[in-house]
Design a protein around this ligand. Structure first.
Ligand SMILES: [Zn+2]
Length: 499
């Protein structure tokens, strides 16, 4: 007797193969059988007529380890990913991991979490643990960094990440050495590359070099073209990926389906070298002292101009600030008056202030999405509904792809979209028993209504749950039904080799 039959639905199995009308049977925590199960006894039957039955979505790019902002140890019950149909979240992206990995995963194991949780080990974190000076590492230092990365893999990391843009002092040589560890585990290296605007193509070439010389798989994180001057470069960026793949290198990318990115507001004030170093070492005071102030002002002026005199900067504080959250910097300036640079410095002094930067264009989002080598990843954070200002991706990424880009615009077929959310990230991150609907796979399953699935979060109001997610199973347990999460969390920690 089966535990559960999901009957009458349209199965999109994750591989990209055409959808099939089949029943799906679950036994224990696994998918047991696909086929006509109308005469097969089961403890429970779910009517899925008119609905798509897919593997649970896997978000390969999250920041759920970030305890400053949406950390899983801080808000384990946050359900904004489960409610998108996401059953597994991979954290530790962009170079920052929760170090040490083992104790972090042990602590998360003891929590009741909503979606499965896995991590990458971070190059930036490993470097920072060994040296804080901003110069190339010595041979001995690099050996220690490599040892820390290995420790992260031994403790369960699925892969390696870097945030080269956040630590421009990381050299290609260091990255190749650390990625070599990932290669030894048959794993991958994900990178927030050195530049997503001016130096986009060079940065992709660097990532490809790291892949070529280390033997690791490569993942370009949240691929985009940042800044109007670089719009339209998506095709060139993808041509580099294609060329690398033609050479036999396993290079892929992930993207979120939005034209706005999200990062600290202070980032408008410093560049990659001198001013960043000063800010890291001495904070805003040091940055604003002579002789760097002029450089910071110039940097800010360029950003302000690029982002339509502040119309393209939406203020997003972590703590509630009703007086400015959700307003553009331009609106804030019209209300408060004053000089844009001084006002921004003032805002940065009011706590953990980030911003959404409307720096990308829709054409590039679509161009990247059409590539078979680009999967879906939110680049987001856990959020407790209504508690803080949120980028819409935290609540809407996966339903938005299904609604806007599959149903409304036909950019992708539902099979392609589901593939980018399931088997593709599962393969990339080494999750061997997830991401497909097939007997023997873990019964992480998302059932949605293709006619009604919809994201509702916007840049101005990111706190809005998606709708149209009818059922989510985590290892055969009901985690959500008709958009409502079950009271208990059914997520698990997935360590390398276990997933
Ligand atoms: Zn990043």
């Amino acid at each position: 007797m089966l535990d559960l039959v999901i009957a009458g639905g349209t199965l999109v199995d994750g591989t990209g193969a055409p959808a099939q009308d089949l029943d799906l049977g679950v036994q224990g925590d696994c998918i047991a059988v696909l086929g006509d199960l109308s005469a097969t006894p089961a403890h429970r039957r779910v009517d899925a007529r008119g609905l798509i039955v897919a593997p649970g979505f896997i978000d390969i790019h999250t920041h759920h380890n970030d305890e400053m902002d949406g950390g899983i140890e801080h808000i384990p019950a946050a359900d904004n990913y489960l409610r998108q149909g996401v059953t597994t979240c991979v954290a530790g992206n962009c170079g920052g991991a929760a170090f040490p990995i083992g104790p972090h995963l042990d602590r998360v194991d003891r929590l009741e979490i909503r979606s499965n949780y896995a991590v990458l080990v971070g190059c930036n974190t490993a470097r920072h643990a060994v040296l804080t000076e901003e110069r190339p590492a010595t041979g001995a230092e690099l050996e220690r960094m490599v040892a820390l990365v290995r420790e992260g893999f031994e403790e369960g990391a699925l892969g390696l990440s870097s945030g080269v843009a956040y630590s421009p002092f990381l050299t290609t040589t260091e990255l190749i050495a650390m990625a070599g560890v990932a290669a030894g585990y048959g794993s991958f290296y994900a990178s927030h590359i050195r530049s997503e605007g001016d130096g986009l193509l060079e940065a992709i070439i660097e990532l490809i070099d790291v892949v070529r010389h280390s033997g690791a798989g490569g993942e370009i994180s949240h691929i985009k073209c940042y800044g109007r001057d670089h719009w339209g470069k998506a095709e060139q960026a993808l041509a580099l990926v294609e060329a690398a793949r033609a050479e036999g290198l396993d290079v892929t990318a992930d993207q979120y389906p939005y034209t706005g990115c999200f990062t600290g507001l202070a980032g408008t004030l410093f560049g990659q070298e001198t001013t960043l170093r000063a800010y890291r070492q001495g904070g805003m005071d040091r940055l604003l002292a002579a002789p760097l102030r002029a450089e910071a002002e110039a940097r800010f002026a360029a950003r302000y101009e690029l982002l339509d005199q502040g119309e393209g900067i939406i203020l997003a504080p972590l703590e509630p600030h009703p007086e400015f959250q959700g307003k553009t910097l331009a609106e804030y300036l019209r209300e408060q008056g004053g000089d844009p640079f001084a006002a921004t410095v003032g805002l940065c002094g009011q706590g953990h202030i980030s911003a959404i930067y409307l720096a990308m264009c829709e054409d590039d989002v679509v161009t990247y999405m059409r590539s078979p080598h680009v999967m879906v990843g939110s680049d987001g954070h856990l959020r407790v509904f209504g508690k803080s200002f949120s980028h819409p991706r935290n609540f809407g990424t996966f339903p938005r792809v299904l609604a806007r880009y599959v149903r409304d615009q036909g950019v992708l077929t539902v099979e392609q979209a589901v593939h980018k959310m399931t088997a593709m990230p599962a393969r990339r991150s080494g999750l061997r028993r997830r991401g497909r609907l097939a007997p023997g796979y873990i019964a992480d399953i998302t059932v949605f209504d293709p006619r009604t699935v919809q994201d509702h979060a916007t840049f101005r109001d990111g706190n809005a749950y998606a709708t149209g997610i009818e059922l989510v199973l985590l290892a055969g347990q009901t985690a959500l039904a008709h958009d409502q999460p079950s009271p208990a969390g059914h997520g698990r920690v997935l360590r390398r080799g276990e997933g």
